[in-house]
Design a binder for this molecule. Sequence first.
Ligand code: ZN
Length: 408
Amino acid sequence: MFRKTEETKVLRDPIHGYIHIDYEVVWDCVNSRWFQRLRRIRQLGGAYMVYHTADHTRFAHSLGVYEIVRRMVTEVPDLANALDEREKVTVMLAGLLHDIGHGPYSHAFELVSPLKHEVYTCRIIEESEIRDILENAAEGLAKDVADVIRHTSKNPLLPQLVSAQLDADRMDYLLRDAYFTGTKYGEFDLERILRTLRTADEKLVIKESGVYAVENYIMARYHMYWQVYYHPVARSYERLMAMAFTRLKDLCRSGKEPQTVSELLLLGRNDELSLEEFFALDENACSYGFYLLSKADDPIMSDLSARLQNRNLFDYRENTPEEEEKVREALLHAGYNPAYYLARDAVNQSPYIPYNKESGTAIWVRMHGGTVKEISEASSIVKSLIRGPVLKDDRIYYPKEIRTMIGG
Ligand code: ZN
């Protein structure tokens, strides 16, 4: 039995109306310093440089994912009946904590960090005071929560609620990012999806009558990727940030560490951070660090930092061998070191990935007759979407200042 809070705690939220918390262990995690740190990590690293109101945080998103999972395990009858209380609390906590290991400016940070956020997430759950909160509530709970995130739970249903192809994480970030960027086509009918969710043979499935809502969700995701997450200006900001991180590392490792008091130096010195170092390295620390580094003696370091501060972003164009050569020559001619001023970035995105062993995930539909089919078999829209080529976008980024030298 898990202890309940005296009364249900409610937190206002623009996407869900209210977030409802009635377990003490969930409330204690929310009030821990590690969860509060997520107020200092934005949800959309570079995209907020394009969509100026999109500076919402991982704190709000994490609460939103928790709320969707909470609704799944209480409002979807198959789940409410099939899961016991411990499993319900475990998967709600996994929803709440799934992004707790995100570093500053997530994508830029991951470009220069050998450890992915999932690794920090599980370490924080199993090694920090979050672990004590979980273990005080129930023995073995920290491992159970981390197992959901690692997709190694005993009950295969649990990870599907948090991270698959139709899951609480994606549903919250799509709706939230659409709301805060103002892009209406990121919206879809969450209520309809929740109402038509069922389970069949340890799989989360959608009733056939929910297929339209899922088609809409897949299209929303597709549009959000190309219009928001992969916006070339957002990627320009992330590349610039990654270049600044790289320069800092190179300076620290060649004995020319800039004289600043910033936590940024921790990242410059080490590949792998201790949990305390990782805690200190939030976006406030980075932002102040880049302000200090904009005054550094090293001209590359100070220039990249000033560009970040003033949103003096890199220009971009399609990446071909000829274009890259042209840009490289112009950079050298103008005195820029291409190691820090020429970035490459290729992205691709499929609207839906059919089941394969590697991903292990799919969206399943329970047909009226009771058979279970993959969404690409049950929906002609999804079927035609996945037949098309995978959309790719491959670009190079460089300072605006060489624009006149390369034309176009
Ligand atoms: Zn997330």
